[in-house]
Design a protein around this ligand. Structure first.
Ligand code: GRG
Length: 303
């Protein structure tokens, strides 16, 4: 009501994102100082501080605050999630995987530092992520820290990101059905988003019911992230080409619009965002505002 009267939204989402991203960037900068051996630390910092959107660490912090925790409690695990996300991008870009030249608008890690260093920079970031949670988390019981580490470990390994990547690689050149496509996206994208949100709630002191509710929210927005990505691939390239059929409809890669049609893919995205919002309905509305706006941001982003 106040929002209607003053015509000013009570929750300033852009300001929230900018403020949180700045804090995360500062913490990441401090987490990986320049030191000997210089090359490896330079390579780690190059990709880590290359300016991603920081969606995962912000989700982690927002989830911690949702259940009543402080931002500072979630910062080490939020940084760890971003380190893992970054290392997965470094490895994904390698010639033996996607062989990409550009990432976050800059030459990929292996293009600048060479393949050997890029592999090691990824390995070092993965290892540092767990070291950082264990060593830097303050004022949280050991039991909760261990639960967060286990959650993140399972999201990253052969039941998580690695599972998604291996199935994706082995499906190259084959016909992928909807069930297989969902498996790939759930593992490559949703698992880490889920771990970010769940670890935030664990660190913030959420009970089992809270944690499972935010898990369901995260599963929806994780898949949503990818469905929207697929839709944007089609609509953006259609715009650019001035044609009805976009790049992705023409390429070999399986996508939601290709397998279910653009309208059904849009409906599916709508269902996922509704389901995510439903889970937030159990929490205090003011505290849930950041996660509510983050879901909308993922659903309605234009790039
Ligand atoms: C994790 C041990 C381990 C190995 C890596 C290579 C690999 C296994 C997995 C690939 C994972 C991958 C690249 C998934 C795609 C995730 C995704 C949606 C990336 C884009 O995320 P944004 O849009 O990017 O949040 P920014 O740059 O903003 O952070």
């Amino acid at each position: 009501q106040l929002e209607q009267l003053t015509n000013k939204p009570l929750f300033q989402f852009e300001e929230y994102m900018t403020t949180k991203a700045k804090r995360v960037n500062r913490a990441l900068d401090e987490a990986v100082p320049m030191q000997q051996p210089v090359t490896i630390h330079e390579a780690m910092r190059y990709s880590l501080l290359a300016g991603g959107k920081r969606v995962r660490p912000i989700l982690c912090i927002a989830s911690c605050e949702l259940v009543g925790g402080d931002e500072s409690t979630a910062i080490p695990v939020a940084c760890a999630v971003e380190m893992i996300h970054t290392m997965s991008l470094i490895h994904d870009d390698l010639p033996c995987m996607d062989n990409d030249d550009l990432r976050r608008g800059k030459p990929t890690n292996h293009k600048v530092f060479g393949e050997e260093t890029a592999v090691l920079a990824g390995d070092a970031l993965l290892s540092l992520a767990f070291q950082h949670i264990a060593g830097r988390t303050m004022d949280v019981s050991a039991d909760r820290v261990v639960r967060a580490i286990a959650e993140l470990g399972s999201a990253v390994g052969s039941e998580g990101l690695v599972a998604g990547q291996i199935v994706d690689l082995s499906s190259a050149g084959k016909q992928v059905n909807l069930r297989e496509l969902e498996y790939i996206h759930v593992h490559k994208t949703s698992k880490l988003l889920e771990a970010a949100v769940v670890c935030g709630a664990i660190m913030g002191g959420g009970d089992v019911i809270d944690v499972e509710r935010v898990r369901k929210y995260a599963r929806c927005i994780g898949l949503l992230f990818q469905v929207v990505d697929d839709i944007l691939d089609v609509t953006k390239s259609s715009e650019e080409l001035g044609k009805t059929a976009g790049k992705d409809l023409a390429s070999d890669k399986a996508t939601y619009p290709k397998l279910m049609g653009l309208d059904k893919a849009r409906d599916f995205a709508g269902e996922l965002v509704d389901q995510a919002m439903e889970e937030l309905g159990y929490f205090d509305a003011a505290r849930a505002a950041p996660l509510y706006h983050l879901a909308n941001y993922i659903a309605y982003r234009q790039n």
